[in-house]
Design a protein around this ligand. Structure first.
Ligand code: GRF
Length: 202
């Protein structure tokens, strides 16, 4: 399945997906990367791997809807079948989310529905939870709210600070995202009536 990754920054999840997809037996192919940030490090990583990139900056558009329309046009230009958000730090308009419903996934560094939104690691440390983790879910108009495809749990250790917890979770994110995209591309997971449906696939 032709997959486009949306990023805003570092792009380590994107790089993990590119790496996995470089194996021809992997069911998704990363055909493009779109960033809303011209300086995103991930853009250079993608280009170095020979993946076409586009930068679509919010301030070039009159409204959020126009910006999302430009992203949608770029996705169509790539003939995208799946959209993977990987550290894309912007909320999408409901219209865009609905248009790609069931074909767009996101990774969030918490065990959703806990700690939606920004700085989940810091808030998890403050809350004193002993288990944290990451989630891949279908994207719906509500932030970090769509049906859950896969999660990985990670222990919070005594002495952890934000940096150590971020690093431990990021290590779990990469294989989790690779697995979740594989399941979607193979048709083993789908979104139906706002819920996740698992099947043997095609
Ligand atoms: C990851 O922690 C991801 O879960 C979150 O933003 C971060 C992006 O990191 N949505 P990277 O750009 O993939 O390295």
């Amino acid at each position: 399945k032709r997959t486009v990754v949306l990023i805003s920054g570092r792009g380590s999840n994107m790089a993990a997906l590119i790496e996995a997809a470089s194996d021809t037996s992997y069911p998704a192919e990363i055909v493009g990367v779109i960033s809303d940030q011209p300086e995103a490090r991930g853009l250079r990583v993608a280009a170095a791997r020979g993946i076409p990139t586009r930068t679509i900056v919010r301030s070039d558009y009159a409204s959020k809807a126009h910006h999302d329309a430009a992203i949608d046009a770029a996705l169509n230009g790539f003939n995208a079948e799946i959209v993977a958000l990987a550290g894309y730090m912007r909320l999408l308009t409901a219209g865009f989310a609905e248009k790609w419903a069931g074909r767009m996934i996101n990774i969030h560094p918490s065990l959703l529905p806990s700690f939606k939104g920004l700085e989940p690691h810091r808030r998890a440390l403050e809350a004193g939870v002993k288990v944290h983790g990451c989630t891949v879910h279908f994207v719906t108009p509500e932030m970090d709210d769509g049906p859950i495809i896969a999660q990985a749990a990670v222990p919070v250790l005594a002495g952890d600070d934000e940096a150590s917890l971020v690093a431990r979770i990021l290590k779990a994110e990469h294989p989790l995202y690779v697995l979740a995209l594989k399941m979607l591309a193979e048709g083993k997971v789908a979104m139906e009536d706002g819920k996740v449906r698992f099947s043997a696939g095609t």
